[in-house]
Design a protein around this ligand. Structure first.
Ligand SMILES: Nc1ncnc2c1ncn2[C@@H]1O[C@H](COP(=O)(O)OP(=O)(O)O)[C@@H](O)[C@H]1O
Ligand SMILES: [Mg+2]
Length: 235
């Protein structure tokens, strides 16, 4: 469904992604794990069309998408929940959600998707008039996820959704990602430093180090891997 082939990305003279290849199949939940600075956000931004690969290709539903502007990538059905959530803090919850539906063709579709998001997250319905910036960290993550769902995506890419959240909330965020994958049938690419949780919930996982894939396999096998255990789980 989504294939990244041998992609290089640089910031000026500094090459950050070095021939990265990975693939995500329809309805799969795939994790990309790696330490701080490994190139995870750069990968997501590149798939999103915010950065252009110097080399390689990105294919979605049999069509190349590298080189497309970001709004066209969203229109094709790939949306990201960015690192740090990036909400509009001075806008209400409802206004933030509506921003996610700006590419939809009719107001009826926006209304339908809003109903779907409110059904999934009843707390957002209750708090729809609250300013997003005054919500708790976990609630803001729900708004960010709701905003992504507003565009009727086929694929959602999550960039470190658990970052900065209390351990109790982290579990509920991972549960929500599984629910979106299993119940709504949306394909997921999950980028995380939380190796344990993300391997547990993923079908497959890729480990990236210094902009390269060094390991890949089924999510549960990854937790048994000697290198993963030493380097990421401190075992
Ligand atoms: N806008 C930028 N300009 C220059 N270097 C950057 C920029 N963004 C990220 N980098 C560098 O690219 C590398 C990978 O960053 P990033 O993709 O954010 O990693 P991760 O998300 O895995 O922590 C890091 O060394 C980082 O300093
Ligand atoms: Mg990052």
């Amino acid at each position: 469904m989504l294939t990244v082939n041998n992609v290089d990305v640089s910031y000026g003279d500094v090459q950050v992604l070095k021939g990265i290849s990975l693939d995500v199949k329809d309805k799969e939940l795939v994790a990309v794990i790696g330490a701080n600075g490994a190139g995870k956000t750069t990968l997501i931004k590149t798939i999103s069309g915010l950065l252009k690969p110097g080399k390689g290709s990105i294919i979605f539903d049999d069509q190349p998408i590298h080189g497309l502007p970001a709004h066209r990538v969203v229109a094709k059905g790939i949306v990201q929940v960015p690192e740090g959530r990036l909400l509009f803090p001075d806008m209400t919850v409802k206004e933030n959600l509506e921003m996610g539906g700006y590419l939809l063709s009719g107001s009826q579709m926006v209304a339908n998707n809003l109903d779907m998001v409110f059904e999934l997250f009843p707390v957002l319905k209750e708090r729809q008039k609250q300013l997003a910036g005054t919500m708790s960290g976990g609630e803001q993550q729900m708004v960010a996820v709701g905003r992504a769902l507003m565009s009727s995506p086929k694929v959602i890419m999550f960039d470190e959704p658990s970052l900065g959240l209390a351990p109790k909330i982290v579990q509920s965020i991972f549960d929500m990602i599984v629910k979106i994958n299993k119940e709504l049938g949306i394909t997921i690419l999950l980028v995380e430093q939380n190796v344990k949780h993300s391997c547990q919930i993923s079908d497959r996982a890729f480990v990236i180090e210094n902009g390269e894939v060094v390991l890949s396999g089924c999510g549960c096998d990854m937790l048994e891997n000697e290198h993963v255990r030493k380097a990421y789980l401190g075992l």
